[in-house]
Write a protein that binds this ligand. Structure first.
Ligand code: GLA
Length: 398
């Protein structure tokens, strides 16, 4: 394994272990996670592999086979750029350990707990580590290369420091790193998919209860493929716009007197009380949650071919109500459908990144041609197009 050779070259010893965490693609349920809603992503066959050894002196040494210079950090705060995703996980796990220590100090010990998923704070305090990272999730494609990076580090540290965290707690620690250390106010979807994904299955996640169900998603037996169309663009606006959408949703929920848009039961009544952006965002979130439930119903009934219309409806809603699409995504979706896809939509945060298209085996070539042709007509670089199947979530490899 390449990462092991690089670890030996960098640090002159064998790593204590090697872990892998995948990127994700979201089938449906977009911009619903931070509204306490439903999502249906799956883990991809591509991800981040990390060779790691613990260090008792607290120092973090990092090397990425994709990024330039190796980094040595005396504290997480010193990290810059990509290293902040890694350093943030050390920070989040150390914070959690400290909080747990304080609780214990106050005599609020948790009891047995671990089976119940209350293992946070067990084990040794999180020290430092030597780390080498190797990744193959296309960056900026909206396929959560950063969540994969966070989750692989959290999974490794969980084991090396005996923390006893559940897969969901690992995802939550990774999300905390991204929210409070990197400063991106993302929801829980990406980290949960990376940590909890299962081969051949999509992950249904209720983002309020954090309850999950693995839903069989076997495309091949239905003669179908899910194509990822990577637009290759990432509009700079993306991060600020994401925070603004979140705010719109929170404001709308406040105006409606509910904890989150998830709680809106009477959509028409809610829309009548809202206007402008808040009205449009609410319309999207509420109908998107319904679409997730409808897709699950169809998948359960074995009607995979029938989910296409819901994918199309999701895209229109993201384009017109949530306003997070862009020309490159719209052209990918429209040309895929024109080429014979059963349905298509943008996936992930938006403003670039990737679209997905559900395509029957015998239409794959015509969809490719249609999308590539539409891009060429506009003088845009050809998008990468490749099929995705649900893969296993984070795990130890060696
Ligand atoms: C990004 C975020 C997720 C989610 C999606 C939109 O990927 O990281 O938490 O909000 O956007 O569905």
């Amino acid at each position: 394994m390449r990462v092991v050779g690089a670890f030996r070259d960098s640090y002159g010893m064998e790593p204590a272990g090697v872990w892998h965490a995948p990127g994700r693609v979201n089938l449906i349920g977009e911009h619903t996670d931070y509204n306490d809603g439903f999502v249906l992503p799956f883990a991809l066959p591509w991800g981040v592999t990390a060779a790691v050894s613990p260090r008792e002196d607290g120092v973090i040494r990092l090397r990425s086979l994709q990024a330039g210079e190796p980094v040595t950090l005396a504290t997480p705060d010193e990290a810059e750029g990509w290293a902040r995703y890694v350093a943030g996980v050390f920070w989040a796990l150390r914070e959690a350990g400290r909080e747990q220590g304080q609780k214990r100090g106050q005599g609020q010990e948790e009891g047995q707990g671990q089976e119940e998923g209350r293992g946070q704070g067990q084990g040794r305090p999180v020290g430092g580590a030597d780390v080498v990272i190797d990744g193959d999730v296309p960056q900026g494609a909206g396929l959560s290369s950063s969540a994969a990076l966070e989750v692989v580090v959290a999974t490794a540290l969980n084991e090396l420091y005996g923390l006893g965290l559940t897969k969901m707690e690992i995802a939550l620690a990774a999300q905390k790193a991204e929210n409070d250390f990197v400063g991106m106010p993302c929801g829980i979807m990406d980290q949960a998919a990376s940590s909890l994904g299962e081969e051949g299955k999509a992950l249904f996640l209720d983002c309020r209860s954090l309850g999950t169900r693995n839903i069989p998603f076997d495309l091949a037996s239905h003669g179908l493929q899910l194509l990822i169309i990577n637009t290759g663009v990432h509009h700079e606006l993306a991060d600020g716009q994401y925070a603004r959408r979140r705010k719109d949703c929170e404001n709308a929920a406040k105006r409606l007197g509910v904890d989150a848009l998830r709680d809106v039961t009477d959509l028409a009544g809610a829309l009548a009380r809202l206007s402008g952006d808040e009205r449009r965002r609410t319309q999207h979130v509420v109908t998107e949650n319904h679409r997730v439930e409808a897709v699950i119903g169809l998948l359960r009934a074995g009607a995979v071919r029938e989910i296409g219309a819901l994918l199309n409806a999701s895209h229109l809603s993201l384009r017109d109500q949530f306003e997070v699409s862009c020309a490159e995504l719209d052209v990918a979706v429209e040309s895929a459908v024109r080429g014979g896809a059963r349905g298509a939509r943008m996936t992930g945060g938006g403003f670039g990144g990737s679209a997905i298209a559900l395509v029957a085996d015998d239409r794959v070539e015509s969809v490719r041609k249609s999308v590539t042709g539409a891009y060429a007509e506009r003088g845009w670089a050809a998008p990468e197009i490749y099929p995705a199947t649900p893969a296993e979530g984070a795990r130890r490899l060696l």
